[in-house]
Design a protein around this ligand. Structure first.
Ligand code: BEZ
Length: 210
């Protein structure tokens, strides 16, 4: 099943390293990130899982739950967790789904057989509190993901959900933002009392609100 931005994130119940989890219940009223790993005991995945574990506090601050999926058993994940701790400095501190039957991988279209025969590619889904998919990313097996970029886009999604703004190229938290083209100048003046700059009638920027 192809999952697109704006779709409801399909729900599932799965066995994980933290017990049986109903995905939507696990996410609760906050944000969530579901990300896939091709297989256990593989080098790039080991660095990524440790990377997410090392940065978990930053996701907590953003009211965002992490959950990984790999097409091996929970028992295998527990064994792998020790290697993740040994090599990356943090053991798993968020659930990793045991998806040996590829139920979640199929539900989220994480298997791309022309790239990898039996394992998933590196998918990322950011899901908002209404359970809507807000971002999808797909990386090949050979390229590890960038957690700074995932946090950057999460910040942008949370900001643009709260305020009528968009983020420009290479935006980082705290930089100027674009005033939504849907706002008239009068509405923009009301929403952004500190003012805004008009570069072109369709390109207006303001200080980051909030
Ligand atoms: C890795 O995580 O290193 C990896 C997994 C599957 C294929 C290639 C690399």
């Amino acid at each position: 099943m192809t999952i697109r931005i704006g779709d409801e994130a399909p729900n599932f119940t799965a066995e994980t390293t933290e017990g049986t989890i109903n995905f939507h219940e696990y996410l609760g009223d906050g944000w969530g990130i579901l990300f896939s790993h091709p297989a256990d005991f593989t080098p790039v995945c080991t660095t990524e899982l440790g990377g997410f574990a090392n940065r978990k506090a930053e996701f907590d601050q953003r009211d965002t739950k992490l959950i990984g999926v790999s097409v091996d058993t929970v028992e295998s994940h527990h064994g792998w967790s020790k290697d993740i701790e040994d090599t990356q400095g943090s053991a798993l501190n968020y659930p990793l789904i045991g998806d040996d039957e590829r139920t979640v991988a199929n539900l989220y279209d994480m298997l791309h057989p022309n790239e990898l025969a039996t394992a998933t590619v590196r998918s990322v889904f950011i899901i908002d509190p209404a359970k809507k998919v807000r971002l999808t990313l797909t990386y090949p097996a050979s390229v590890g993901r960038n957690i700074d970029e995932i946090i950057r886009v999460l910040d942008a999604l949370q900001l643009t959900s709260k305020f009528p703004v968009a983020t420009p190229v290479n935006w980082t938290n705290g930089s100027d933002v674009i005033v939504s083209p849907a706002l008239s100048d009068e509405e923009a003046t009301e929403k952004f009392p500190a003012g805004f700059e008009t570069h072109k009638p369709y390109l207006r920027t303001t200080k980051q609100p909030g």
